[in-house]
Design a protein around this ligand. Structure first.
Ligand code: GLU
Length: 516
């Protein structure tokens, strides 16, 4: 019988969740939805030293913002609760006992100094990998080398110890990754990883495998950085007798900096001024304890739909020319078979392009909310109707909602300066003459609409036998102060007749003696 597809997103709350983590969550989510399965959220917080307050909430908020609904997890609950590993501490013990009993794990009592000394010896002997393994373990203080009575005594004494995985000495460990195909690793390259730490907490490796098994996970979809751990996990599945239900692995390609050089990093992103986190974060670094400030996609003006669409295509491709996908369309189209192995460039310009596409597709009333909020922050009055008209004319021209104001300040403030290059090239005596005539006629017209403005201007041009191309830019300059922008007739409609005539008067006065 086919098993129900169950995937999990298993972040560690060690700081702001990186955008790569969001992509991992997304691919899990898409697969679960596509195959009618379940998506779990498990918090992997067994490393208490690296726990950062607020990091968990950050994860929830980011998933909510991006519209990824979790079926079972810390907040949602579910049949396998608790979903926070620190709360599952007691559950891991019996698996450790099983591994010990079957001699697939052992106690190790080495002090940090003894471990350092071992590393030192290996470095001196030019051994490339300084590992605790089938060879070195025999020179260390553990339950494989010490007499049984001494081991018992040490355990009774309550002194610190860890439990390590006993990696077989000479064996090929194989796993069939859904993205990479067969991955073969020789066990001599693997470390006898610690499974249980001296504080009684399991390490990532043990807790991850035990939980994936207990939670009936069918697919482990995670970043490439976990590939080196996968053979250890395969060994654990085998030792625990769970090989037949071992999940399928899919290790996602790395995200690279936009120039293709190196792994996508915050440092690079900061330098070029783009975000690599879903939301702003004002927290501390788990390793250094130093305050960190990260910039988010959300606060930088990206829409959740755009972020999802952008991330979906960072590693996966639909095999068609289609670029714009709603979440529903992604769910339909997604498959792990179409995820590549090669690292993917984090092309931030593409992210901007997606944002633009989604922004212009939004209804005016929704977009006007952005503008109204921005205006409110600056204590500028504006009616909802006017805001809707402004976003309607601007939406084809902006990438981020903040640009509704930054690119179109002239809707709220009459120009005090005029773009000099345009003054020089377009403010001709002829243009100024037509503009003056236009302004006179405006006085006699009723309400100003884009159509009436156009008709009036055309009437004046015809009367004087002048082509519109000789005047339009100058008129735009007079009304907005700049030489570019959306349809000028619509701008004049939004400004209204009184404001438009006031601005034209001012331009005629100010620019009288300038121009060509
Ligand atoms: N806790 C690991 C992380 O922080 C999860 C890795 C995995 O998915 O197995 O990414």
């Amino acid at each position: 019988m086919d098993r129900e597809v169950r995937v999990r997103f298993a972040p560690s709350p060690t700081g702001a969740l990186h955008i790569g983590g969001i992509r991992t969550a997304l691919y899990n989510y898409l697969l679960a939805r596509k195959l009618g399965g379940k998506m779990l959220l498990r918090i992997e917080d067994t490393d208490q030293n690296r726990f950062v307050p607020g990091a968990e909430e950050y994860i929830f908020e980011a998933l909510d913002w991006l519209g990824m609904r979790i079926d079972e997890g810390v907040r949602e609950g579910g049949p396998h609760a608790p979903y926070r590993q620190s709360e599952r501490k007691q559950m891991y013990r019996r698996y450790i006992d099983q591994l010990l009993a079957e001699e697939n794990a052992y106690y190790a009592f080495d002090t940090p100094e003894e471990l350092d000394a071992m590393r030192g010896r290996l470095i001196a002997a030019k051994v490339p990998m300084q590992q605790y393994n089938a060879v070195t373990r025999m020179q260390m203080r553990n339950s494989l080398t010490l007499p049984e009575s001494e081991v018992k005594e040490l355990l009774h004494s309550g002194g610190p110890y860890v439990i390590r995985l006993k990696v077989p000495r000479k064996e090929e460990v194989r796993l069939n990754d859904m993205i990479r195909g067969w991955v073969m690793v020789h066990s001599s390259t693997l470390d006898d990883k610690v499974l249980l730490k001296s504080d009684g907490m399991p390490t990532y490796h043990l807790a991850n495998v035990v939980d994936d098994h207990l939670m009936d996970i069918t697919h482990v979809i995670r970043g490439e950085e976990w590939l080196p751990s996968a053979p250890l996990h395969v060994l654990l599945y085998r030792f625990l007798g769970w090989e037949t239900t071992m999940p399928q692995f899919a290790h996602l390609p790395l995200l690279l900096n936009p120039d293709g050089n190196g792994k996508l990093s915050k440092r690079y992103a900061d330098k070029y001024g783009f975000p690599v986190f879903p939301m702003n974060w004002n927290g501390v670094d788990a390793d250094t304890g130093q305050p960190v400030l990260v910039k988010g996609f959300r606060e930088s003006g990206y829409l959740p739909e755009a972020v999802i669409n952008f991330l979906a295509l960072l590693g996966w491709n639909p095999g068609t020319e289609q670029e714009l996908f709603t979440m529903e369309e992604l769910i339909q189209a997604f498959s792990l078979e179409r995820v590549g192995k090669a690292g993917t460039k984090f092309d931030i310009d593409k992210a901007k392009w997606f944002n633009q596409q989604y922004l212009k597709g939004k209804p005016d009333d929704e977009l006007s909310e952005f503008l109204l909020k921005e205006l409110e922050n600056r204590e500028i009055d504006c009616s909802p109707e006017k805001a809707e008209k402004i976003v309607n004319v601007m939406k084809e021209r902006v990438t981020f909602p903040t640009e509704f104001l930054s690119e179109a300040g002239y809707f709220f403030e009459a120009p005090v300066e005029y773009e000099q290059a345009v003054v020089q090239s377009k403010w001709t005596p002829e243009a100024a003459g037509i503009i003056a005539a236009f302004r006179e006629v405006l006085d006699e017209t009723g309400m100003l609409t884009a159509e009436s403005a156009k008709a009036t201007l055309n009437g004046v041009l015809e009367k004087h036998g002048v082509k519109i191309g000789k005047v339009l830019q100058a008129l735009r300059l007079g009304v907005t102060g700049v030489g570019h922008g959306p349809d000028l007739m619509k701008i004049m409609e939004i400004l209204g007749k009184d404001e438009t005539t006031r601005r034209i008067d001012r331009a005629l006065n100010t620019l009288k003696s300038q121009g060509v």
